[in-house]
Ligand binder design. Structure first.
Ligand code: ASP
Length: 346
C-alpha cells in the first residue's frame, strides 16, 4: 500500500549509476549527486517525498570499506525517525559486502534499507538505473494496511529482484541481472506489480528496538584454496601478528587437502586463537564437513562451518563480531547463529 505522506531518504555513495566518462581517458569516474538528479526527471512524478544526501566525495565502490559503512550507518541512525525508508545508491562491485556489513550494523530494523545501483550510468539511453532506482524507492515506502513496512531489512534490489542483502553475490560484470541470492529465496519480484514473499521476510522480534553498531575489526583475511597452494603462502598469512579471523574458501561441501602439512598449519592457526570459518567456493549449497574424510580432517583442526553463508557475509560478520570484542568462544558460537538471516541454522 502506498502511503502518500511517506518520505524516503536517498543516500548517494557513488558507483556507475552516477558516473560520467572522463573526456580524456574515456573511463568512468564518480561525479556529484546533481548529475544524477538532472537525469531522473521521473523522480518528480513519484507521489511521496524524496530527500537526498550524498557522500561528500562519491566513490567507486572498490574504495568502500569499514569507514564508509560506518558513515552510511551514521546517516541512517541520524535520520531514522524522520523517514519511512532508505535507499542507498552504491556501486555494484562491493554492494554485496556493504549490504552484508549493514545487516549486522543495523539490527531490529522496522524500516527498509534498500541498496541499488546500475550497470550503465543514469545518463545513458539504455540505462538500467532508472528502473532500479524507482522500484527501490517504491519498495522503501511500501507498507501493510497497519502501517508496517513490508521489508524491514537491508536488501539489494537489482533488475527485478529484491534479495536479502547478506545473501547476495555479484554474479555478472556486464549483465543487467548482476546479483543473485543462491542460498535464500527472493524476497520480492517486480513485474507489473511488486510481488512480496511475506513469509520469507525478516521482522524484528516483539519488544526490540532498532540497534545501530559501529565497531568493526578488519584484522581478517580471506584465503581461497587452490590445488597447489603452498605452505609458504599459508604460513605468510597466518604469521600476520594482528590476524584474528579467516574465511577459508574450500572446495565443494567444505573439503580441503587432507595431508599432514596443510592440516598442521591450519591447526596451529586455530590454536593461536584465529577464528577460522569454512565457506565453500561453490556459488550455492552448504558446507557439511562430515560428508567426506577430508572434510572431517579439516573439522578436527577446529575450523568452524560457515554452512551456507556467502564469503561476503562471512567476512563482514567476522569484522562485526571481532570489532565488538567477543571472546573466542562467543565469536564461534555467534558464527554458528543466524544474527541477521545470513545463514541457515536448523
Ligand atoms: N566500479 C563500479 C562500482 O562498483 C561498478 C558499478 O557501479 O557497477 O562503483
Amino acid at each position: 500500500m502506498l502511503d502518500l505522506n511517506a518520505s524516503v531518504l536517498l543516500i548517494y555513495t557513488g558507483g556507475t549509476i552516477g558516473m560520467i566518462e572522463d573526456s580524456r581517458t574515456g573511463s568512468l569516474k564518480p561525479v556529484d549527486f546533481n548529475n544524477l538528479k538532472q537525469n531522473v526527471s521521473e523522480l518528480k512524478r513519484l507521489k511521496f517525498n524524496i530527500d537526498a544526501t550524498s557522500f561528500a566525495v562519491p566513490v567507486d565502490s572498490s574504495d568502500m570499506g569499514p569507514a564508509e559503512w560506518q558513515e552510511i550507518v551514521r546517516i541512517i541512525e541520524t535520520n531514522y525517525e524522520k523517514y519511512d525508508g532508505f535507499v542507498i545508491l552504491h556501486g555494484t562491485d562491493t554492494m554485496a559486502y556493504t549490504a552484508s556489513a549493514l545487516s549486522f550494523m543495523m539490527q531490529n530494523l522496522t524500516k527498509p534499507v534498500i541498496l541499488t545501483g546500475s550497470q550503465l550510468p543514469i545518463g545513458k539511453i539504455r540505462t538500467d538505473a532508472k528502473e532500479n532506482l524507482i522500484t527501490a524507492l517504491e519498495i522503501a515506502v511500501d507498507k501493510d494496511p497497519d502501517g508496517r513496512a513490508f521489508v524491514p531489512e537491508v536488501c539489494i534490489f537489482f533488475q527485478n529482484l529484491l534479495m536479502r542483502g547478506n545473501r547476495t553475490t555479484k554474479i555478472n560484470a556486464a549483465n543487467f541481472k548482476a546479483f543473485n541470492s543462491f542460498n535464500y529465496p527472493i524476497l520480492a519480484e517486480a513485474g507489473t506489480n511488486i510481488v512480496y514473499q511475506h513469509d520469507r521476510i525478516f521482522h524484528p522480534a516483539e519488544g526490540t528496538r532498532p540497534e545501530f553498531h559501529y565497531l568493526l575489526d578488519h584484522n581478517v583475511a580471506i584465503i581461497k584454496l587452490f590445488p597447489g597452494i603452498s605452505a609458504y603462502t599459508l604460513n605468510a598469512i597466518f604469521e600476520i601478528p594482528s590476524l584474528k579471523g579467516v574465511v577459508l574458501e574450500t572446495y565443494g561441501s567444505g573439503n580441503a587437502p587432507g595431508g599432514e602439512t596443510f592440516l598442521k598449519i591450519i591447526k596451529n592457526a586455530v590454536s593461536k586463537g584465529i577464528v577460522m570459518v569454512n565457506v565453500t567456493q561453490c556459488a550455492s549449497g552448504t558446507v557439511s564437513m562430515d560428508r567426506y574424510e577430508n572434510g572431517r580432517r579439516l573439522q578436527a583442526t577446529g575450523v568452524i562451518s560457515g554452512r551456507d553463508i556467502t564469503t561476503e557475509s562471512a567476512v563482514a560478520k567476522l569484522m562485526f563480531l571481532l570489532g565488538h570484542g567477543y571472546a573466542y568462544n562467543d565469536v564461534v558460537r555467534l558464527m554458528n547463529t543466524s544474527v541477521a538471516g545470513e545463514v541457515t541454522v536448523e
